[in-house]
Design a protein around this ligand. Structure first.
Ligand code: USQ
Length: 383
């Protein structure tokens, strides 16, 4: 049994991860300040179904499973709060999900951009300081993003690249060129972690995760009150979940531009497995270990076609439509990222099948009446 601190324990991934780790016998403390809930309310980006607050979900989880997730509500950007959390809980591992996660939100206006920058960097900095001062042996598992690399015209390595220059060789972080301010804060997080790994010998795993899709995990699927958020709006919804909700609503799937944008995707169940493996096999002291965390690469067009095919099999009339791309990104590009590290640790992917896609569409159909089509396109422009 390990004492695991989950930062951002109320989020799409933070909550099911907390439940999973407690089911695995760990001593789990989930911390959150409800920032995402607040921003969703302020931008009218409410999820598809109501999600009970973290305290209520933790109580419910204990009733149905017998496993306990301890909860603290507070702002990790506040040094007094985070240092008290670390000193009282003394984590052996900390999983850092506590960031503003939406790329469109970070590009919305000055206030949203500044909040994203200050929150994401501020929490990462406080986490590093707290680990160094109070539990220097603690393993930091940080959720990064595949978007840190951008879409270079060469193969993407797993975090590091060996460069030979004028007859000499050295190893560097793989070049990063993110496509939104949100993704850029993740690049900065990695730089901050790497700096302090070199200075203070921290042990860090940085998980470069692709876009996640899916509605439920093993622990959360049986009880509606335990499900993670499902956002389908333009600001907080990610492409796969949006397309599934659009298919159910009879709204044409919103392919941005040419639809050749390719990313590495994974089911929310894969996130649970990958983060779990990272926690079970800590990085060494003084190591920044980087894994590319995704299962399959798809273009936006591929996803639209898969959702349309599964939707039609259920009798849904699914239309695909190209809309003007609100983002500045390559719509046709080379994409070949490595992803062997997690497989070497024993990761077994939950790949996408038409049957699994159909089951997700069926679950969404239960909430069909709550879908608000006006949230699908909101006009947040990158430039
Ligand atoms: N896209 C569409 N139509 C839509 C929505 C999105 O074509 O209706 C396109 C986007 O233009 C983009 C791709 O789908 O090319 C992926 O967009 P997304 O919104 O699903 O994902 P993204 O903004 O990149 O961010 C999401 C999560 C973020 C995570 C990231 C992983 O919000 O927290 O870090 O996925 S990655 O993309 O690999 O960086």
């Amino acid at each position: 049994m390990t004492r695991i601190l989950v930062l951002g324990g109320d989020g799409y991934l933070g909550w099911p991860m907390s439940a999973r780790l407690s089911a695995g016998g760990h001593d789990v403390l989930a911390v959150d300040n409800y920032l995402r809930r607040r921003i969703c309310r302020e931008t009218d980006s409410e999820p598809l179904f109501e999600v009970p607050n973290l305290l209520r979900r933790a109580r419910r989880w204990q009733e149905v499973s017998g496993h306990r997730v301890e909860v603290r509500i507070g702002d990790l950007d506040d040094w007094a709060f985070i240092s008290e959390v670390f000193q009282s809980f003394r984590p052996e591992a900390v999983i850092h999900f506590a960031e503003q996660p939406a790329a469109p939100y970070s590009m919305m206006d000055y206030g949203a951009a500044r909040l994203t920058l200050m929150n994401n960097l501020g929490v990462t900095f406080n986490l590093i300081q707290a680990v160094h001062r109070f539990c220097p042996d603690c393993h930091i598992v940080k959720l990064g993003t595949m978007g840190e690399y951008g879409t270079p015209n060469i193969d993407i390595e797993e975090g590091w690249i060996d460069i030979e220059h004028k007859g000499r060789r050295d190893r560097f972080l793989y070049p990063r060129q993110a496509g939104s301010l949100y993704h850029t804060t993740k690049v900065m997080d990695t730089d901050l972690l790497w700096f302090y790994v070199r200075m203070w010998g921290l042990r860090v795993t940085d998980l470069m995760q692709g876009p996640v899709y899916g509605l439920a995990t093993e622990e959360t699927e049986a009880d509606e009150a335990l499900l993670p958020f499902l956002n389908y709006d333009e600001i907080f919804g990610t492409v796969f979940n949006r397309f599934m909700v659009q298919a159910v609503a009879g709204y044409p799937l919103t392919v941005y531009g040419k639809g050749g944008q390719t990313r590495g995707y994974l089911n929310i169940r894969d996130t649970m497995a990958c983060v779990g493996l990272a926690v079970e096999t800590p990085a060494s002291k003084g190591e920044l270990r980087i894994f590319n965390q995704f299962v399959e690469t798809f273009s936006v067009n591929d996803i639209a076609e898969r959702v349309a095919r599964a939707g039609k099999a259920l009798g849904l009339a699914v239309e695909i439509r190209s809309v003007d791309n609100p983002r500045l990104e390559k719509e046709e590009h080379y994409y070949n990222p490595a992803h062997v590290g997690l497989k070497d640790l024993g990761f077994e992917p939950y790949t996408l099948t038409d049957q699994r896609l159909g089951a997700m569409l069926e679950r969404i159909t239960r909430y069909k009446d709550r879908i608000r089509p006006e949230l699908f396109l909101r006009g947040v422009k990158w430039n």
